[in-house]
Write a protein that binds this ligand. Structure first.
Ligand SMILES: Cc1cc2nc3c(=O)[nH]c(=O)nc-3n(C[C@H](O)[C@H](O)[C@H](O)COP(=O)(O)OP(=O)(O)OC[C@H]3O[C@@H](n4cnc5c(N)ncnc54)[C@H](O)[C@@H]3O)c2cc1C
Length: 559
């Protein structure tokens, strides 16, 4: 890359060649066989910002540049010389491209469409690796440089602002943020778009569409995250949930040639996506953030051809006839030969009357970079004695002044991994408060103070603390199943040998064989990961179960 293109921010010098590699002549020949060679004129726009990303280019001669244009001005992003190729991760997902691609000098390019690229990535190991790595590194770089097509205008007092920032971050979509509480000049911008104060947060999408306090689904639609769902196509398997379990199932199913659709009500990654650092997942000795793990898995599933739909969840399972179907919205159903329920769990809430008043503006259920930015240098509370609470405490202690770790029991030994307990003991900024419970929250637009009680000494203390992270055990996401499959007393799905004769009789189990491992009381419907009764709540077990379920899906499809 040469001036005036910006130096890479997030990519170390050694990785620049990986993000912007120059293909060898033999590799260019293989690319040429997949596309068409065409001449380009100086200044010719090859792809316009906002278009669906369906083509990319290898430069044979001449130069191709990438620029970001906004309000009539252009910012250079990258320059591609002969042997280099355009494109970033949006082409794998078929999403809208964030930048304009233009011939800087006349020359010749190889134009390749998305279908051929996806084929290449799956069949040509060498080129597949070069492209995947370059596309991911380029997206990371776009995020680091803030080159996006989305502006969020919000307030730290608004739970919806946090929701939208999290949604964009967890979908790996770059955005700029303007804090209305801090940026006085922003009123002109709001007037320009005729936005009233109660419309906040406002999302300016693709530089022109103005969305007022949009639902995640509206943002996904505007940014073109999802392709249309063909409701007439009978899928081999529909997977509900794109946490570690659902994504693993998608990778194995698609790589083994099954026609797969994944429905995710929020963003890929599930609970693991809200973890700042997962240190006990095999193969990552220095740990990996949940966000990064989710992005890799999501890309991997796309690479094998799974279709993933974001911000549109399953509303109901239609189980009274075959083929089964998943209802997404009123009147919109996807039929399936088999179904994998990987809907996971969400956090239990604290039994406090005014809790909802502070959710998103003082009370949080995730501790990622987004939340940590809200409470730098302040005192915070983490509630819970499990591994997720331990991780949150250790992570937040890096930026907060003091972290009070509040637990009801006497200690952490029974509920937390030894390595985390040791790290907590070694971190002076973390204060463990055993046999303690929060009894009230106070504040206005934002949480201002917290009262807790020590159940041993009966001491009650009130502190001016503005941030509470709640990580206190899980509730399964099974309400939408509405009696279709047998659940245990806590609402988790029963599978395999956990299903008693009574369960099977009540469900009218129609087959001579017993349910397979991970199969529910409904033949051909499986449950994996945290949503399953008896599951060990770990990323590794979710991934393991997701992959194992596919072996049984093959058997069901052959029955
Ligand atoms: C903060 C935190 C830190 C953690 N750290 C670790 C760790 O270090 N190591 C470890 O091993 N484990 C860790 N865990 C536990 C681990 O993340 C979970 O065990 C794992 O994510 C479970 O995966 P899952 O796919 O079964 O469910 P989930 O991760 O819960 O994913 C389920 C997905 O389904 C979606 N969904 C729900 N309902 C629907 C619907 N109706 N339609 C469509 N989609 C739906 C949800 O939005 C979600 O994305 C941590 C958990 C948390 C919260």
């Amino acid at each position: 890359m040469t001036d005036p293109y910006p130096p890479l921010k997030s990519t170390p010098a050694s990785a620049i060649d990986l993000a912007f590699p120059t293909l060898k002549p033999a590799q260019i020949e293989r690319m040429a066989a997949q596309g068409r060679i065409r001449e380009v004129q100086r200044g010719e726009v090859l792809v316009e910002a906002g278009e669906k990303s369906t083509r990319f280019f290898v430069v044979k001669t001449g130069q191709v540049e990438v620029v970001q244009s906004s309000g009539g001005t252009e910012k250079p992003v990258a320059l591609f010389l002969p042997g280099q190729f355009t494109g970033e991760i949006s082409i794998l997902f078929g999403r809208r491209i964030l930048v304009r691609v233009r011939a800087k000098e006349a020359g010749e390019v190889i134009e390749i469409d998305r279908e051929h690229l996806l084929g290449l990535v799956q069949t040509d190991g060498e080129l597949g690796e070069i492209f995947m790595r370059a596309f991911i590194l380029r997206r990371v770089e776009l995020i680091a440089q803030g080159f996006g097509d989305v502006v969020v205008l919000g307030s730290s007092h608004s739970p919806n602002t946090l929701r939208i920032k999290e949604f964009l971050t967890r979908n790996g979509h770059p955005y700029s943020y303007i804090d209305l509480d801090r940026d006085a000049g922003v009123q002109d911008l709001l007037d320009h778009f005729q936005v009233a104060v109660n419309d906040v947060p406002v999302v300016i999408c693709r530089s022109d569409v103005v969305l007022r306090n949009p639902a995640n689904e509206q943002i996904a639609d505007c940014l073109g995250f999802n392709e249309t769902i063909d409701q007439t196509r009978l899928r081999d398997v529909v997977i509900v949930g794109a946490g570690p379990a659902g994504l693993a199932a998608a990778v194995y199913a698609a790589s083994e040639g099954l026609d797969v659709l994944v429905l995710e009500s929020n963003a890929p990654g599930g609970q693991a996506g809200s973890s700042s650092k997962i240190e006990n997942y095999l193969g990552f000795p220095t740990g990996i953030s949940g966000q990064e793990l989710a992005t890799r898995a999501y890309t991997q599933a796309q690479k094998f051809g799974a279709q993933l739909i974001i911000a549109r969840g399953a509303k109901a399972l239609i189980c009274d006839r075959k083929p089964y179907a998943i209802e997404i919205d009123e009147g919109s159903r996807v039929p399936a030969r088999s179904i994998i329920i990987a809907a996971g769990a969400h956090y239990r809430k604290l039994p406090l009357d005014n809790l909802s008043q502070f959710e998103g503006c003082g009370v949080y259920y995730a501790a990622t970079f987004v939340e940590s930015q809200l409470c730098g240098g302040e005192e915070v509370i983490v509630v819970g004695g499990g591994n997720s609470a331990g991780q949150a405490a250790v992570f937040l202690a890096q930026s907060a002044r003091c972290v009070h770790l509040i637990i009801r029991s006497d200690g952490l030994a029974d509920s937390m991994s030894r390595y985390l307990i040791r790290r907590i003991e070694e971190t002076p900024a973390i204060v463990l408060r055993p046999h303690t419970e929060i009894t009230s929250l106070e504040g206005g637009d934002h949480l201002e103070s917290v009262r807790w009680r020590d159940s041993e000494s009966q001491n009650v203390e009130t502190r001016q603390i503005r941030h509470v992270f709640v990580m206190t055990g899980a509730i399964p996401n099974t309400l939408w199943l509405d009696g279709c499959v047998a659940l245990d007393a806590n609402g988790f799905i029963k599978t395999g040998q956990a299903l008693s004769q009574d369960d099977l009789a009540a469900a009218d189990w129609p087959l001579l064989r017993s349910p397979y491992l991970l199969e529910t009381s409904l033949p051909g419907v499986f449950a994996v990961g945290d949503v399953r009764g008896g599951n060990i709540k770990r990323v590794a077990s979710a991934v393991g179960e997701g992959s194992i379920a596919i072996a049984f899906v093959h058997q069901v499809l052959h029955e």
